[in-house]
Design a protein around this ligand. Sequence first.
Ligand code: ZN
Ligand code: ZN
Ligand code: FE
Length: 768
Amino acid sequence: VSLRISALARGIVQGVGFRPFVYRIALAHRLVGWVRNGSNGVRIEVQGDPAAVEAFLNDLRHQLPPQAAIESLDVADAPLGSDTTFRIVDSAVEDTVQPAIPADLAICADCLFEINSPIERRYHYPFTNCTQCGPRFTIIEGLPYDRPRTAMQAFPLCDACMAQYGDPLDRRFHAQPIACPACGPQLSLLAADGHVLATTAAALQEAAEAILAGQILALKGLGGFQLLVDATNDAAVARLRQRKHREAKPFAVMFPSLDSVQAHAKASGAELAALTSDEAPIVLLARREAPGGDRVPLALSVAPQNPHLGAMLPYTPLHVLLMSRIGRPVVCTSGNLSEAPMVIDTPEALATLGHVADVFLVHDRPVVRPVDDSIAVVRPDGLALLRRARGFAPKPLRLPAPQPTTLALGAHLKSTMALSLHDQVVVSQHLGDLHSVEGATLLDRTVADWLRFFAAQPEQVACDLHPDYASTRLAETLAARWQVPLIRVQHHHAHVSAAIAEFGLAGPVLGLVWDGTGYGTDGTIWGGEALVCEGADFERVAHLLPFPLPGGERAVREPRRSALGALYAGWGHAGTAAAADWFTEAELKTLTSMLDQGVQTPTTSSIGRLFDAVAALTGLHLKAGFEGQPAMALEFAADGIPTNGGYELPLGDGLPAIADWRPLLKAIQADRRAGVPVGVISARFHGALADLAVAIARRFGSRHVVLSGGCFQNRRLVSLAAERLSLAGFQAHVPRLFPPNDGGIALGQVFVAGRRHAGEPPDQRLNT
Ligand code: ZN
Ligand code: ZN
Ligand code: FE
């Protein structure tokens, strides 16, 4: 007796060596039939002895290749067929596209061995890959994932590669991006004016020499251009800062080896595991004051006044070969200007980075979409992403229930977009800020890219409540064009909802959302919010006592303005006397009269701005090089200082309850006068915020409390708040897979739009 079954496997089953695996286990159990990629998943039909079929299904579930993950496996009996062998058959394009696009994978151990082995034909070949590693998301143009629908279509396979591609026992069996020196992409080194200086191995060698000579290299990497410079050469790093218009924001560093990482930073076992994982993100590590052994220290300008170091290891063969020739740490940052999107093609790179980089190491494999390096930290609860891109995007997240196809356009900074498909949601890679034309264009392009990719037609569009975000304007245009509902989701509501979606929380959830800026339902700037969220609904149960920001947006760059606004709100003209040292007399006069008249002084309840105010009051930062720098300086000042008591930060009785920072600012001023060190003041400030979190949870929380918003990237704050909440009987949830900063907003918007559609009451019980 023979049995035939038909199975549909969905999940991460393409681009991970899944079909070869199916082929091997079918052969092992002496079954006939076929396996085929579809846009809807992988379809398998096998036939043979019933016990063998059973054993096959068991292997299918439990012996998966490391990167594969089966979301669902539907198995049904099928009529017997006449197959005499087991085959891999051509892909079929089906109607409904499942959101299962593989992410890019760091080079595997086998390929690493091969490129370092002189007897191999891929010795020193920078585009080596296999079914377990290599480019995926950055080369895919359409589904199902097959070579003709990738950037590799322009590279016909040579006979030797074709033989490997077709050999079920080869580890490159059906590896779509397979390439070798005879048939694959090649390197060139270009001068800034575009003329070719060298090709292939010589290009690589000369690029390495340029770095060692202190030059700036623009490298066409996996997901776009990167800028590389010797991280031990202060003048070179300073030149990169000056040319890239990036004053103070820390640069990430690529190290030639794990040894080299450990010489410059302290990494735990979990941090080392993250660095060497298939996703290979940038991991924020604690820096060593002096490097171990006889290593040359990193230049001061790599990460000024920062005890952390964003470290990564080479993750493509190209990076491996380049770094082994350089042999020392290298600054490795996105190839863009300021916060504009990463540049992906060579002519564009020469045009926009021509005055930044000295030489360009490029290749002829197109980059289909920009995918930046991911940034992660290891917290006690595991790896947490601060920027979700390479290696992680576009892995889907399962929603609690199917919902109408929803396109969400996210926020304005650290922008991402999201698309729901049935009961799953795919969130785009980090797209960057939308200030620039390039940023807004990339969002536009990404929307078109994804809708085509998934053959999706949105039934609703979601966006932020902020009227002036480029994402809001695009959402308005698209909703009008498609004649579908536009759902505006309050910024902090979206932050909490992203975490509710990630952790699958149900029932009313208290979310503490502390960030820099978000448009409130009353038109003021929110950012120190406690929201009880349920379904599509939220109630603002507590917030920080609002204060004015003289000059509005400019306060982000000038913490002294936040401090002045708070002093003015707290104690009027008497309070602002303390600000006399921070401004010229004329400046102070202008700002005070703006405050008196209430012109250009939006009101905020933002904890981000409270951090700024405290940074100014303690003399750490009167001005900021980038948003978040003052808060980081405060966090770092408290390193190594235990939190004993916290300042008084009382929570009022009303609804919403108001957290009054006035006693806190008074106490800080008194401590300053008494000569208390800044680190101790900072520890007490962090303690006050953690106590506030507990006070709010005690009054308004049930078991689960979400902590989100950019302020919770602060590791001292997040661990202190989570620890104290847990002691008080609450379970804190801090986003991990999707960033707590505005990179998570699009996910939250999709979730809220889905709940609203599900018939949750649309009217918000607002207390503003
Ligand atoms: Zn490999
Ligand atoms: Zn070849
Ligand atoms: Fe935010």
